[in-house]
Design a protein around this ligand. Structure first.
Ligand code: KIV
Ligand code: ZN
Length: 513
């Protein structure tokens, strides 16, 4: 055991664990098997580039034999010549392996079920037949590829003696790495660590692990496998995958790096950006409480926590995990639990000076408003401060005069904006992926300095098709300052445009001070 003292806690890296592990990402294969997800070819290319850029060791680009389109996609990713190995998935069929070869993958991942329930009900083969197929197909795969990964599908529900026989058969036939899939996510961390330790004692080649999240244990089980001696982890961005998904890339990588001090080779400050890219393309939003990459991962609202974090960030954050490490930001949030320290800090950051009594009054009003269930943005705080201080925070750099939007099933969504910016009238048009996107781009286009939309959230306040939409957006200016603002209305495009204008006016006000 190796110990590391961090803020009084000793973390141990078990002696079985490797000092460096590799990351095998299957977002484009198991991740795309998430019900309802289908990436376009261009999206897959972009995701593959991103994964390669951040240092993922191998990418499972797809299952080329599943369709002609899939083969083409995998071939296109192979042709990118990325700095990462491209792997194709194949059943125990020579024809599947041939398709991977034709697509140009660097390695092949062959799999066959070994558990009784799957042998009997999915492939209808005897244990002996499974071993024969494994020996013949792995040998064939090895003639075609220098690297062959063998997966004993449903390994964690396979009887121990038979599992080891299957792995030995694959090793003798030329497999270069074995994968231990927890196909239906049923193992526990203690059992996984023990299983991998025992396999490592029997099998002389590297061990990879592939965990599903049916009981919410995919990351814990993956880390336990690393404790037991696995040298490669299979992950997906945002934990996408069959049913409840796979082990999440960011959580697994940061667990290895920060808890155990095991190197993964991943450029961790790009984890948040990677998660957002895949969230956008998959259409699955990142829950605010998602570890590492979620909006709230480094956000603090309650008075005690905010006060602690202002004094020393490690008070209410892990310390061994910081927002900088993963490309995130620490934020103090307003809500009914907010305290004086956080409010003072946020006002000071916006160059608003308040006395003790004024601060008390602002905190009371913030608590009152959020106690009625309203989400309070930075813009709301400055409005409240302005009314308590009796100063004009209503002065507006941008005033929206007109906005016209054209959209339809055959038209490219286009928005034209007429607005007064610092007293001068400006007109600007832009196209977008949808009417809201076009409106946002048209508004940003009239500004003298760039701002970036970081986050966009819309909630329906009432039910029905005439619901009031409440739009909250987060923007960042060129100096890296982040603010949120909101607006409501029965037309969500107009509410979005107004939220953007509110955010711009807020930035202008803060920049002026
Ligand atoms: O979950 C699983 O068993 C798989 C295999 C193909 C490795 O995805
Ligand atoms: Zn899987």
């Amino acid at each position: 055991m190796r110990g590391q003292l961090t803020w009084g806690i000793v973390f141990f890296t078990p002696s079985h664990a490797h000092k460096q592990i590799t990351v095998f990402d299957t977002t484009l294969r198991d991740g795309e098997q998430t019900p309802g997800i289908s990436f376009t070819l261009e999206q897959k290319v972009e995701i593959a580039r991103q994964l390669s850029d951040i240092g993922v060791h191998a990418i499972e680009a797809g299952f080329p034999a599943s369709s002609e389109a899939e083969e083409k996609t995998v071939a296109r990713i192979c042709a990118l010549n990325l700095d990462t190995k491209i792997c194709g998935l194949a059943r125990m069929l020579k024809s599947d392996i041939d398709v991977c070869k034709r697509a140009g993958t660097d390695m092949v991942h062959v799999f066959i079920p070994t558990s009784e329930v799957q042998r009997v009900h999915t492939i209808k083969k005897s244990p002996e037949e499974v071993l024969e197929i494994t020996a013949a197909t792995v040998a064939y795969a090895r003639e075609q590829f220098d690297e062959v990964m063998f997966s004993a599908m449903d390994a964690t529900r396979t009887e121990w003696g038979y599992l080891i026989e299957a792995f030995r058969t694959a090793v003798n036939a030329g497999a270069t790495i074995i994968n231990v899939p927890d196909t239906v996510g049923v193992i526990t961390p203690c059992a996984m660590r023990e299983l991998i330790t025992r396999i490592a004692a029997e099998v002389p080649i590297p061990i990879d692990v592939h965990c599903h999240n049916d009981f919410g244990l995919a990351v814990a089980n993956t880390l336990a496998a690393v404790e037991g001696g696995a040298s490669q982890v299979q992950v997906t961005v945002n934990g996408l995958g069959e049913r409840a998904g796979n082990a999440d890339l960011a959580e697994t990588v940061m667990g290895c790096e920060s808890i155990y001090g095991i190197k993964t080779g991943i450029d961790t400050p790009r984890l948040v950006e990677t998660s957002r890219l895949v969230s956008r393309y998959s259409g699955i939003s990142i829950p605010p409480i998602q570890p590492i990459v979620g909006d709230n991962a480094f956000a603090h609202e309650s008075g005690i926590h905010s006060h602690g974090v202002i004094a020393c960030t490690a008070t209410f954050e892990p310390g061994i995990l910081t927002p900088e490490m993963v490309g995130h930001r620490r934020r103090l949030k307003l809500g009914k639990h907010v305290g004086r320290h956080a409010v003072r800090q946020m006002l000071t950051d916006a160059h608003i000076q308040v006395g003790e009594q004024e601060l008390d009054e602002i905190v009371i009003r913030v608590k009152e408003v959020s106690g009625r269930g309203k989400k309070i943005t930075d813009a709301d705080l400055y409005e409240i401060a302005g009314s308590v201080l009796g100063t004009d925070v209503g002065e507006r750099a941008v005033e929206l005069i007109d906005i016209a939007i054209m959209t339809g099933n055959h038209a490219i969504p286009t928005a034209s904006v007429r607005a007064i910016v610092n007293g001068v009238e400006h007109i600007h048009s832009a196209v977008g992926n949808g009417p809201v996107d076009a409106a946002m781009k048209a508004i940003v286009g009239i500004l003298p300095t760039p701002i970036t939309l970081k986050d966009f959230n819309i909630e329906a306040i009432s039910g029905g098709s005439d619901a009031i939409g409440h739009v909250t957006i987060t923007v960042e200016d060129a100096k890296g300052r982040i603010f949120d603002a909101s607006a409501s209305g029965d037309d969500i495009v107009l509410a979005s445009a107004q939220a953007m204008v509110n955010a711009i006016n807020l930035l202008h006000r803060v920049a002026k001070e």
